[in-house]
Design a protein around this ligand. Structure first.
Ligand SMILES: [Zn+2]
Length: 341
């Protein structure tokens, strides 16, 4: 089985975007709406957007199951206040849940959280509980920078985040550390802000003792870990200077990387530098990089091709495609086993 742990509902019906636009337009006058009930999307519309996009490409490329969360750049936690984010997160999570119900063999949900800059992250817990308990979601996306590129929140090691970690540990769910749209014009959203955040999150963990407090907490750092694998020597050296344990003991029981790196040399480096047990297959399809690479004639985000071509044994490939995902997303494993898979 091939499990893609990083997919977003980037192809949601236009009505969703229209509803959000009205919500944003009326931030100062929420009494003018829109009401949640004014968003009407039929099951047929959901089916169409999935069958002609993500599911079509999964079948063409040979992925079986995608962990599916709301569109990351649309989370835009910096917009409005907690109530704005709370309503928006509930709508987006429900759509992913409906997709998972329409295509139960191919999609299972991961939640966006109703984060808002300056608001206690504990406020996200009711939405998290609903998504896990009622929707069967198997993970969350945690935004380390709800301000959208201004980094006004304390680092991930700060105790303000602990209520979320306590709930993650209780439920045994991982968090993908995933920022949203940059509203800082210095940082391009997907080309700079995403990768900066991946690197930043790793370093915040490195300088802290977070995983001493939470030995079973699991973070997935997407986009191949940002700059981390490429600069592994720098991070090892910094850990040494800081008198931290070896990175494999300090961080690699808790931090995992996905394969959303869109060329062969990047995947070769990732799988050579990072232990195979810490690499999970993902494509972030259909996402930020949708074109065809003229050097190969294949889509940049057809990441399975790179795993196939990497210098890995059949066992290692199986770990990346399935074994590690089942270990990190234990609720996914349980859901699959309940279906005899
Ligand atoms: Zn993503």
């Amino acid at each position: 089985m091939i499990i893609d742990i990083h997919g977003h509902y980037t192809t949601a019906p236009k009505a969703l975007e229209d509803w959000r636009k009205r919500q944003v337009d009326n931030l100062a006058t929420p009494e003018l709406g829109p009401k949640v009930s004014e968003l009407k999307i039929s099951d047929d519309e959901l089916r169409d957007t999935i069958e002609s996009n993500q599911l079509r490409l999964m079948k063409e490329r040979g992925a079986d199951l995608t962990i599916f969360s709301p569109r990351a750049s649309f989370m835009a936690h910096h917009i409005g206040d907690f109530n704005t984010s709370s309503t928006w997160a509930a709508i987006c999570n429900e759509l992913c849940y409906r997709v998972s119900q329409l295509f139960p063999d191919h999609f299972i949900g991961a939640a966006m959280l109703p984060q808002s800059p300056g608001v206690d992250p504990a406020s996200c817990i009711p939405e998290l509980e609903k998504c896990v308990n009622d929707y069967g979601f198997v993970g969350i996306n945690l935004n380390p920078d709800p301000s959208g590129g201004h980094w006004t929140s304390p680092p991930l090691s700060d105790k303000q985040w602990y209520p979320i970690y306590e709930k993650m540990v209780e439920y045994d769910i991982p968090a993908m550390i995933h920022v949203s749209t940059s509203c800082n014009c210095a940082f391009h959203t997907t080309g700079a802000h995403y990768l900066n955040a991946d690197t930043t999150a790793f370093m915040q963990c490195l300088t802290s003792d977070l995983f001493k407090d939470f030995p079973t907490l699991k973070f997935v750092i997407p986009h191949g870990g940002g700059a981390v694998p490429y600069h592994w020597g720098r991070f090892r050296g910094l850990a040494q200077e800081l008198k931290k344990p070896l990175l494999k003991d300090h961080l690699l029981n808790n931090i995992f990387f996905d394969t959303c790196v869109y060329h062969q040399p990047g995947i070769d480096l990732l799988t050579r530098v990072i232990p195979v047990d810490n690499v999970l297959f993902a494509s972030e399809m259909i996402g930020a990089v949708r074109g065809i690479d003229p050097e190969t004639g294949h889509y940049y985000d057809d990441t399975k091709r790179y795993i196939e071509a990497a210098n890995l044994t059949a066992d290692e490939r199986h770990q990346i495609y399935e074994g590690n995902a089942r270990r990190v997303y234990s609720r996914l494993d349980a859901a699959l086993k309940a279906k005899g898979k």
